[in-house]
Write a new protein. Structure first.
Length: 756
C-alpha cells in the first residue's frame, strides 16, 4: 500500500518540484482529496498512471509503501494500478463517425488502437473505396493472377502453334506425335537463336523425309577382370586355363591323418577348419564357443588333419572357383536384341543365329556351374583323386556371336548412311522454328516469373493481413463486455435508462456500440455523458482477469465532472460500490457536495485519509502541494459556508504577496455565483443576474469590477502571473462584501456570524 509520495519532479507545471511535507499523515486504505479546478488534481492522478507503468517523459518520482520500501521512476510497483481521469476518458471513449444522425462509440484505449489497426489493414487488404490509386493487395493479387494466366496462355499458344509447324516440317510420324510439350522441352535446350536460310530450310526438310531404323549395338563378350581393373583376360582363354588347372588339381591327393567325422561331413569339416584358424589367429586357449579348454591332443589331431598341403589345395580350389564366378558373370551379361529392331529382310536370318547363340550361352553357363560344383566337392576329398567330367566350351558361343554381329553389321551399315543426316536435319529444323518465337517466349518467361514472385509475395502479405485483422477483431470483441452489463451499470450511475448501448457486430464479433437516447439514435453526447460512459467502462474492467480489486490500487479523479446535479447521488452510490473492496483507493474531486457524500460514507467505514491539493507561489512559479483537509470542510454543511469563511480569512490575510492573492479569484467566483443563485433565482446567466442588481440600485461600477474580476481571473490563461492582481484583490473583495451586505443585509449578517 502506498503511504507517501516522497518527491515528484517534472510532472507538469504545478508538480515540477514537490516533496512530502513533514507532519502530513500517511495515506490510508481510502483517501479523499479535495481541490478546486486547476489546482493540480488531474496532474497528480497522472503520477499514478506513471507508477502503474505509463511512460511520462522526464518524470522523476519516489514513493514509499507502508513497509518503508521506496520505489522510483522506472521501477515496477508490485500492486497493479487503475486510474480514471480525463486522460482515461479521452483514450477510452471514441465517438465514431455516425450514419443517419446516429452516434457510434468504441470503448477502451486498446480497442481504439486495435480498430485503427484493423481499418488500416483493411485498406491495405481491400483498398480505399473510391480511390483507384489505392486498390488494395487483394485486388492487386487478383490482377496479378489474371495477368499471369494470360501470359501463360499466350506462351502455351505459341508453343502449340509452333509444334504444329515443326510437326509438319519434319514429317512422318512426328506430324502426329510432336506436340506442345516436346516443343517446350526442345526450347529449354536452345541457348540462342538459330535461324536458317530458305535454301537450308528446304534442304533439311527434304532430308528428314527419309525412312530408317536406329542402329543396333553389336554383341560384345567382355573380358574378365582380375584382381586389378587393368588385369583383363578373355573369357575363352581364362576358361581354358581354369579347365587345365582343374584337371590337374582334381587328380592330386594330400596325405593327412583323417578324422572320420570330418571326412564324412563336409559342412562340419569346413566349420571346424575355420574355427581352428580363428583360434590360432587370436591366440585363444579356450574354445570361443563353449569356453572349455581345448585338449592339446585335439589341437595336434586337427593340425594333422588340416595340414599345409591340404590348406594349399583348398586355397587353389577357391581361386579356380572365383575365376569361374567371374567368367559366369561376363557370359550371363550377354544380351541379344529382339529381331524387330532390324530391317525386315534381315530378321529371319538374324533369328536363327540369335536362337543358337542363346542356347550356347545357357549350355556354357550350366557347364560352368557343374565344374564349380566338382571343385567344391574336391575340397572335402583332398585325400582322394577325382576325375574331371565338366569341360565347358566357349568357342561355340563365340562363333554364334560372330554370326549375330555380322547380321547386326549389315543392319547398321544400311542405317548409318542416312540416319546421321536425318537426325541433324531434324534438329536444325526444330531449332530454326523454335528460334522464330525465341524473343517473345523469353520476354513472356521474364514477365511470368515476375508475376509469380509478385503473387507469392502478395499471398504472404494477404495471409498476414487477414490473420492480423482476425486476431485484432477477436481482441476487440473479447475486450467488450455484454451490452446488458454496461447498460445496467450506466443506468445505476445516471439514475435513469435514457442512455443505452446497442452492439455493432461484424462477422459475429462486437466492434463497437450505437448509442440510443430512449428509442431514438443519439445524435449528441454531453461531456457529462461521455464521462459517465467512460467511468462505467472503467468499473466494468476493474473486474477483468488482469486486475484484482482487493489487491489493487484504484485512483478516481472527478467521475461526476460535468454531470447534472440530479445524477450526483446515483453516481456516488455507483462509485462507492465499485471501490469499496479496493486494496487502496484515491478519490479526487472539486465538488463540495460530492465530497460531503464521500466523507459521510467513510466516517462510517473508517480507515480514511482526508487531504487537499493547495497552491502556493515559489518565486514566480505556482506549485501544488498536498495538505491535510481543512477542518472547516468537515464542519460546514455547504461549500458556500466554507468558501465565505475562507474568503473572509484571505481578505484579512492579504500581505501584498502573490501567494496570498493567487487563490482569491477562484474562491470569489464560487461565492459570487452562489450568492447570485439564491439572491436572483431567475435561471439567467450571472451577467444578467448582475444587471438586475444594478436595477436594485447598487453601484454599477463596483458590480462590473466584481463581475470582471471573478470571471476573468478565475480562468487559466496560460500567461504568467500579473502582479496587478495583488492590489485588485484587496479592492474587489472589500467591494464584494459591501455589495452582499447592501443587497441582502439579513443574509449577510447571518452567514457572517456563522463563519466567525
Amino acid at each position: 500500500m502506498i503511504s507517501k509520495i516522497n518527491r515528484i519532479k517534472k510532472l507538469g507545471l504545478v508538480l515540477s518540484n514537490y516533496s512530502w511535507e513533514v507532519g502530513l499523515p500517511v495515506f490510508k486504505q481510502c483517501n479523499l482529496i479535495y481541490g478546486w479546478n486547476g489546482s493540480g488534481k488531474t496532474t497528480l492522478s497522472r503520477l499514478f498512471d506513471a507508477i502503474g507503468g505509463e511512460q511520462i517523459p522526464d518524470l522523476e518520482y519516489e514513493i514509499e509503501d507502508n513497509k518503508g520500501t521506496q520505489y522510483r521512476h522506472g521501477e515496477a510497483y508490485p500492486q497493479k494500478i487503475r486510474v480514471f481521469n480525463q486522460d482515461y476518458v479521452r483514450k477510452n471513449v471514441q465517438v465514431l463517425e455516425g450514419q443517419a444522425n446516429s452516434i457510434s462509440i468504441l470503448l477502451g484505449e486498446d480497442n481504439k488502437k486495435l480498430l485503427a489497426e484493423i481499418e488500416a489493414d483493411k485498406i491495405l487488404l481491400d483498398g480505399k473505396p473510391g480511390d483507384s490509386a489505392k486498390p488494395g493487395k487483394s485486388i492487386l493479387y487478383s490482377t496479378c493472377v489474371k495477368e499471369k494466366a494470360q501470359k501463360i496462355r499466350a506462351r502455351g499458344a505459341k508453343f502449340t502453334s509452333i509444334a504444329a509447324t515443326i510437326g509438319a516440317a519434319i514429317g512422318g510420324n512426328a506430324l502426329r506425335t510432336y506436340r506442345k510439350g516436346e516443343a517446350e522441352t526442345d526450347f529449354k535446350a536452345l541457348t540462342s537463336k538459330a535461324i536458317l536460310s530458305q535454301t537450308d530450310c528446304d534442304k533439311y526438310s527434304l532430308a528428314v523425309k527419309q525412312d530408317s531404323l536406329p542402329a543396333v549395338s553389336p554383341i560384345v563378350l567382355k573380358p574378365v577382370e582380375g584382381k586389378e581393373p587393368t588385369d583383363q583376360t578373355s573369357a575363352a582363354d581364362l576358361l581354358k586355363s581354369v579347365i587345365a588347372q582343374a584337371s590337374v588339381i582334381l587328380s592330386k591327393t594330400v596325405q593327412s591323418e583323417l578324422i572320420p567325422r570330418l571326412n564324412t561331413n563336409q559342412d562340419i569339416a569346413e566349420w571346424v577348419e575355420q574355427g581352428n584358424n580363428l583360434h590360432r589367429k587370436h591366440g585363444s586357449s579356450s574354445c570361443e564357443f563353449c569356453l572349455q579348454t581345448i585338449p592339446q591332443t585335439r589341437l595336434d589331431q586337427l593340425s594333422r588333419h588340416f595340414n599345409a598341403a591340404d590348406k594349399q589345395m583348398k586355397a587353389d580350389l577357391d581361386s579356380l572357383i572365383e575365376m569361374l564366378r567371374r567368367i559366369y558373370r561376363v557370359i550371363e551379361l550377354v544380351q541379344l536384341p529382339d529381331r524387330a529392331r532390324l530391317y525386315l529382310e534381315l530378321q529371319i536370318m538374324f533369328e536363327s543365329y540369335r536362337t543358337a547363340s542363346e542356347s550356347a550361352k545357357q549350355a556354357i553357363l550350366a557347364a560352368i556351374t557343374t565344374l564349380a560344383d566338382e571343385l567344391k566337392i574336391k575340397k572335402s576329398k583332398t585325400t582322394e583323386s577325382v576325375r574331371l567330367t565338366a569341360k565347358p566350351d566357349v568357342e561355340t558361343l563365340v562363333t554364334e556371336i560372330v554370326e549375330v554381329n555380322r547380321i547386326i553389321g549389315l543392319h547398321n551399315q544400311k542405317t548409318s548412311g542416312f540416319e546421321e543426316v536425318r537426325n541433324e536435319a531434324t534438329q536444325k529444323l526444330k531449332d530454326h522454328y523454335l528460334s522464330t518465337i525465341f524473343d517473345e517466349v523469353k520476354e513472356l518467361d521474364v514477365a511470368i516469373a515476375n508475376l509469380q514472385s509478385d503473387s507469392e509475395l502478395l499471398i504472404s502479405e494477404i495471409g498476414a493481413l487477414k490473420k492480423c485483422i482476425a486476431e485484432n477483431m477477436a481482441k476487440v470483441s473479447s475486450k467488450h463486455k455484454a451490452c446488458e452489463i454496461i447498460n445496467e451499470k450506466l443506468a445505476t450511475f445516471l439514475g435513469h435508462h435514457e442512455l443505452t448501448f446497442v452492439p455493432n457486430t461484424e462477422d459475429g464479433l462486437v466492434t463497437g456500440y450505437r448509442i440510443m437516447h430512449g428509442q431514438r439514435p443519439a445524435i449528441y453526447l454531453s461531456e457529462g455523458e461521455k464521462t459517465a460512459i467512460a467511468f462505467v467502462y472503467f468499473v466494468v474492467h476493474l473486474g477483468d482477469q488482469e486486475f484484482d480489486v482487493k489487491d489493487g490500487v484504484i485512483v478516481v479523479d472527478d467521475p461526476i465532472s460535468s454531470l447534472d446535479s440530479n445524477s450526483l447521488y446515483q453516481a456516488f452510490s455507483f462509485l462507492k460500490n465499485a471501490v469499496k473492496d479496493g486494496g487502496q483507493v484515491f478519490i479526487l474531486t472539486h465538488s463540495f457536495d460530492f465530497l460531503k457524500l464521500l466523507m459521510n460514507w467513510r466516517r462510517s467505514g473508517g480507515g480514511a485519509g482526508y487531504y487537499m491539493i493547495k497552491n502556493r507561489y515559489e518565486g514566480d512559479t505556482r506549485c501544488a502541494y498536498i495538505d491535510k483537509m481543512d477542518k472547516e470542510l468537515c464542519e460546514f454543511e455547504s461549500e458556500y459556508h466554507y468558501l465565505f469563511k475562507l474568503l473572509k480569512q484571505l481578505r484579512d490575510e492579504q500581505d501584498d504577496s502573490i501567494a496570498k492573492a493567487y487563490p482569491v479569484p477562484n474562491i470569489a467566483r464560487k461565492v459570487w455565483d452562489t450568492f447570485l443563485m439564491f439572491r436572483v433565482p431567475n435561471g439567467k446567466t450571472p451577467y444578467k443576474k448582475m444587471e438586475e442588481l444594478k436595477d436594485a440600485g447598487f453601484d454599477e461600477q463596483k458590480l462590473d469590477a466584481i463581475y470582471k474580476f471573478t470571471n476573468d481571473q478565475s480562468h487559466i490563461t496560460g500567461a504568467g502571473f500579473n502582479p496587478a492582481l495583488v492590489p485588485e484583490v484587496k479592492k474587489v473583495v472589500k467591494e464584494m462584501f459591501e455589495m452582499m451586505a447592501a443587497v441582502a443585509p439579513e443574509h449577510f449578517a447571518i452567514i457572517d456570524k456563522a463563519t466567525i
